[in-house]
Design a protein. Structure first.
Length: 275
């Protein structure tokens, strides 16, 4: 079980959001535990102040280090990993979420106002994590993003019908498009192969479509994937197929106009396969 302690001035934001869907199930199934702690409980009455003006002036307030540190020390132990949600951190990735799911205990600090005192970061924080290159008014939404993304990798949280290993990014590719009944809607028909029931064929087809979708939507990811595939291909002694990009081009050329359209691949051209 992964235990997550969130330090926040707005505990209700975290407590209510984690009750829903997959996270709610993970909590009920004791696969995940989320608790909140507020520095306000350590602040002196009557005002229970948890912020103060920054040294050197400037806009906004900074979270007081004393109350924040007390909250942190209440839950921290030798196996804790302390994360500070921050726009200055490394942007969360699938790989990072997977790695964090293997931790025993995460403490997630949510900043508010102008952020937290740098000395708390220097002394206690193992990792600063950002959820993107923009500034939020607080770390709570970021913390929820981290908790959600990490929890999906905890064994048992997703049933076997919905494995995280088949989702986008797991093999360095985006997932192929999905369809459900009816077979034809909005003048668009589901590709024939999806009705074939041939699992080996379907597996290969889905991987190739994933690669093409990634080429269209995320050429940066596609390049990284292609380099790995080329490496594997070069290492093969007996080459039964053509080089990965040539193979993919052949697959794309054999797709019908209709399938290309319904799969969102209509904008690809022969030049996109020039390497
Ligand atoms: C208004 S922001 C402070 C921004 C800080 N003054 C700066 O410019 O780096 C308040 C809090 O929101 C959270 N936050 C803001 N943007 C974030 C992001 N992109 N990812 C994660 N947390 C973020 C952090 O916890 C931060 O302490």
């Amino acid at each position: 079980m992964l235990k997550v302690d969130v330090i926040t001035l707005f505990p209700e934001m975290i407590e209510s959001a984690v009750q829903y869907g997959v996270l709610g199930q993970a909590l009920k199934g004791d696969l995940l535990q989320v608790a909140t702690h507020t520095p306000r409980e350590f602040a002196a009455p009557p005002h229970r102040q948890v912020d103060d003006r920054p040294f050197g002036g400037g806009d906004g307030m900074i979270m007081l280090s004393e109350t924040l540190e007390k909250s942190l020390l209440k839950v921290k132990h030798k196996n804790s990993k302390v994360i500070y949600m921050s726009p200055q951190g490394d942007v969360l990735t699938d790989e990072k979420a997977r790695a964090l799911s293997k931790e025993e205990h995460l403490i997630v600090i949510c900043g508010r106002y102008g952020g937290i005192d740098q000395r708390i970061i220097n002394n206690y924080v193992d990792e600063e994590i950002s959820i993107g290159d923009y500034v939020l008014s607080g770390g709570e939404l970021g913390a929820l993003v981290v908790i959600d993304a990490v929890s999906r990798f905890i064994p048992g949280v997703l049933g076997h019908t919905d494995s995280a290993d088949k989702d986008s990014f797991s093999e360095g590719l985006l997932e192929q498009p999905n369809f459900t009944r009816p077979r034809k809607i909005l003048e668009q028909e589901v590709p024939e192969v999806l009705l074939s029931g041939n699992h080996k064929l379907l597996g290969e087809w889905k991987t190739k479509v994933s690669a093409l979708v990634t080429l269209v939507k995320r050429p940066d990811l596609f390049q990284a994937y292609l380099e790995k595939e080329n490496e594997k291909y070069r290492a093969l002694k007996k080459k039964k197929t053509e080089a990965p990009l040539k193979e993919l081009k052949k697959f794309w050329m054999n797709l019908s106009e209709q399938d290309r359209k319904v799969l969102g691949l209509a904008e690809l051209n022969e030049e996109d396969f020039n390497g």
